[in-house]
Structures are given as structure tokens and as C-alpha cells.
Design a binder for this molecule. Structure first.
Ligand SMILES: *[C@@H]1O[C@H](CO)[C@@H](O)[C@H](O)[C@H]1NC(C)=O
Ligand SMILES: *[C@@H]1O[C@H](CO)[C@@H](O)[C@H](O)[C@H]1NC(C)=O
Ligand SMILES: *[C@@H]1O[C@H](CO)[C@@H](O)[C@H](O)[C@H]1NC(C)=O
Length: 392
């Protein structure tokens, strides 16, 4: 309402204004449907929360943004069923608590048969991640079980004729790096190497990618006074030049990925793709978590999306576009740890974006009948309001 106007004191609104009002209301629902540009980005769909929308609503939300790749930490049947025939590609996971059981070939076969096979090809499961960040931890038994579990899951995939359709790998934490600077000197931690060497041979044989979870935010949080914000946020800066290769890095994420390539090469492999299975930036944190703001999170994700759209590769692999799964789709209210852990989401559970990076989506209401009721009552309200205005 313009300044100086008072309801009930002026003349009735001209019909054109009334019409505009009705059109505006009608468009309000549509306005949320501004989509992404068919970005080839992935998102991690974590579900450690008690307030998330149903998978079928999430399916609509993701498709309205044309997000075509989703990574799960399990193989939730409700989620997979909600994405049948959507063309969305899935990485499914086997949780760390289930890894050791998969060493048994019969158990692995049963798992693939029950959790993967029935959804193909309507749900495009292209990868199974066996365990998450196992080698960073101190559970020696689990670390020893990881590769045998991956091998028997792979055997199950082969036995079911899914070889080439479904990759088998595991996701690593960047904590497995002993050194990552300069990138060309990247090397795995000495205690990780005995596990990593045979694991790389497996990935090479199975033609499966190496997945790494990379968070430049952690480096910034640990030492905000010496890590330049521009370098971690993909903002213009002169970058750092690797003295061994002469390659210039204008952002930390690419330097981290190339250090992983170097570590893999140091163990004798040049034939393994590195993909970023998680990266993100928290929009909120505890007082001792500098940089966890919606502003920085928006800059990080927004600039990352631009790089993805440009199909940029890292300086070491300029012609292989980076392959990224953003962490995470929603803020997850039940995640333990510092406040930042519960605030990595692109979206609040109600579907509103946490910050604006042009990733607006449409989260449909609880169910269609409810949505129809809402529109009808909204229109009724508008009608009543208009009549009141005209009569007053
Ligand atoms: C995974 O482990 C949990 C906890 O031990 C168990 O309840 C569940 O049945 C296991 N799932 C599979 C698929 O083995
Ligand atoms: C692993 O480390 C955590 C702390 O980082 C500790 O609480 C736990 O007891 C350790 N477990 C083993 C098996 O050493
Ligand atoms: C499996 O991983 C390889 C190596 O990264 C990749 O070339 C291939 O496209 C992947 N397969 C599927 C089905 O995604």
C-alpha cells in the first residue's frame, strides 16, 4: 500500500488494481518455481532430522531445481521409490555399522538384490558407497574390513550383471591426507597407506571413482587469520603457485582435489577419477566457529555452482569437469557436534532457501488435496477482501 493511502477512506480500488491483486495471488504459487539452469550438481540428502518433508515432496523440490544427482547415506526405499522414472541419478550408501557384515558374499548379494536391483533401471542407482570416512577413524577392525566388504559388494554387482552400470567405492575424509601442500606433494597419512594401496588397486580394477569429502571451511575455521577468505570462497585473488608444477590455484578446493590426485599417483595410479562426494559451508555456528554465516555460505555455494556451470576442471585435470555433491540438501536438526553441523543445508525443512544462490525450488504442500483446499480458501479470502474494500 502506498504511503498516505488509508483503507476504508478512499474510493473503491479501480478494477484494474483488483485484477492485478488477483493475478498477483495466482502467481504467488508459481513464483517459487524459478528453477536452476539444469545444473549438473549433486546434493547429499542426509536425513538426521525429525522435521524433514516426505521423500515425494523432496522429489518434487529437487526436480523443480533440475538437480539431477543425489547421494544418500543408505538405500532408503522410501526415497528411491519417490524418484522412480525421474531420471535422477543416485549414489546409495552402506552405513559404517553395516560394512563388516558385507564381507560375507551372501550378505552382500542379498543387500544388492534387495536394495539396488529392484529399483533399476527406473531409479538410476549408479554407485554404491560402502562406508563413509572409515579410514580416518581409529576402528582398526573396521578399517581392515572395508576393502573385503567392497570386494564382495562388487562381486555381487558382477553376479547380478550390473557391472558397468553400478560403481562400487567408498567416501573418504580429507583427514586421511598426511600432506596436501603444495598440491603436487600430496600424500596419504603413513598409517592410511597400508589400507589405501590395495584399495586403489581395487578401484582401478573395478573402474570406480575415488570419493573425497572436502571442506575448505575447516581450514578457514581452524586458522581464520592466516587463511585468506577470498581463497576459500572462490573470490578473485592472486592464488598460490605450486612450485613443482607451476600450476596456479585460485581456490583451496581445487588444491585439495589435486593433492588427492598426487597422493594417488604417488601410490602408482593415474587412472582413477577423483570426485567430491561432499563439500559445503555452514550458515550458522557456535561462537568459536568463525565464518559460519549465511553470507559466506551463500558466496561459497554460489561461486561453486558457477564453477560447475563452467564445467571447470582442476589445474591438474583441466579437461575433467569437477564432479561435486554439495553437503547438504537440508539443515539436519539431530546431528550431534557443534552448531555448524546442523546448519549445512541449502534449505530449511520447510523448503525455503537458507541463503539466496539462485537455487529456488518448489516444495509442494503435504498432499494435493490439502493444496487445493488452500488455494480455494485463499481465493475466497481475496474475494471477501475485495468485496469489503469495494463496499467500504
Ligand atoms: C545395518 O545395521 C543395523 C544396526 O546394526 C541393523 O539394524 C540393520 O538391519 C543393518 N542393515 C542391513 C541392511 O544389514
Ligand atoms: C577412537 O577415538 C575416540 C576419540 O577420538 C575415542 O573416544 C575412542 O575410544 C577411540 N576408539 C578406539 C577403539 O581407540
Ligand atoms: C563409474 O566410475 C567411472 C570412473 O569414475 C566413470 O567413468 C563411470 O561413468 C561410472 N559409472 C557410472 C554408471 O556412473
Amino acid at each position: 500500500m502506498a504511503a498516505g493511502e488509508r483503507p476504508g477512506t478512499g474510493s473503491p480500488p479501480p478494477p484494474s488494481r483488483l485484477l492485478l491483486l488477483v493475478i498477483a495471488v495466482a502467481l504467488a504459487g508459481q513464483a517459487l518455481v524459478v528453477s536452476g539452469q539444469g545444473l549438473s550438481i549433486g546434493v547429499n540428502y542426509g536425513q538426521i532430522a525429525d522435521n524433514l518433508p516426505s521423500p515425494s515432496r523432496v522429489s518434487r523440490l529437487l526436480r523443480s531445481m533440475q538437480i539431477s544427482k543425489v547421494k544418500l547415506y543408505d538405500a532408503d526405499q522410501n526415497v528411491l521409490s519417490a524418484f522412480l522414472d525421474t531420471g535422477v541419478e543416485f549414489v546409495v550408501g552402506i552405513g559404517n555399522e553395516n560394512v563388516s557384515a558385507m564381507m560375507d558374499p551372501a550378505a552382500a548379494q542379498a543387500w544388492v538384490q534387495q536394495h539396488v536391483r529392484p529399483y533399476l533401471p527406473s531409479a538410476r542407482i549408479t554407485c554404491i558407497a560402502v562406508g563413509n570416512e572409515v579410514l580416518k577413524g581409529n576402528d582398526t577392525a573396521l578399517k581392515g574390513n572395508l576393502l573385503p566388504a567392497m570386494q564382495s559388494v562388487y562381486q555381487a554387482v558382477v553376479a547380478l550383471g550390473l557391472q558397468g552400470q553400478v560403481n562400487v567405492t567408498t567416501a573418504h575424509s580429507l583427514d586421511i591426507m598426511g600432506s596436501s601442500y603444495p598440491p603436487s606433494a600430496g600424500a596419504f597419512r603413513p598409517d592410511v597407506v597400508p589400507y589405501m594401496q590395495p584399495l586403489l588397486s581395487f578401484l582401478s580394477m573395478a573402474r570406480s571413482p575415488f570419493l573425497i569429502n572436502c571442506y575448505p571451511y575447516f581450514a578457514y575455521k581452524a586458522d581464520p587469520s592466516s587463511v585468506p577468505l577470498e581463497y576459500v570462497l572462490f573470490q578473485p585473488n592472486s592464488g598460490v603457485t605450486d612450485p613443482n608444477t607451476g600450476l596456479n590455484y585460485d581456490n583451496m578446493l581445487y588444491a585439495q582435489v589435486d593433492s588427492v590426485y598426487a597422493a594417488i599417483q604417488a601410490l602408482g595410479h593415474t587412472d582413477i577419477d577423483v570426485k567430491i562426494s561432499e563439500t559445503g559451508w555452514p550458515s550458522r555456528g557456535d561462537p568459536d566457529e568463525p565464518g559460519a554465516t549465511p553470507e559466506y555460505a551463500g558466496i561459497y555455494i554460489g561461486n561453486l555452482l558457477q564453477r560447475i556451470q563452467m564445467k571447470q576442471g582442476t589445474p591438474l585435470r583441466p579437461s575433467s569437469p569437477i564432479d561435486v555433491y554439495v553437503f547438504a540438501l537440508f539443515n539436519e536438526n539431530l546431528k550431534p557436534g557443534p552448531a555448524s553441523e546442523r546448519n549445512y543445508g541449502l534449505f530449511y525443512p520447510d523448503g525455503t532457501p537458507v541463503y539466496n544462490v539462485g537455487l529456488r525450488g518448489y516444495l509442494p504442500p503435504m498432499d494435493e488435496s490439502e493444496s487445493a483446499r488452500k488455494v480455494v480458501s485463499l481465493l475466497a479470502l481475496v474475494a471477501v477482501a475485495s468485496v469489503t474494500l469495494i463496499l467500504s
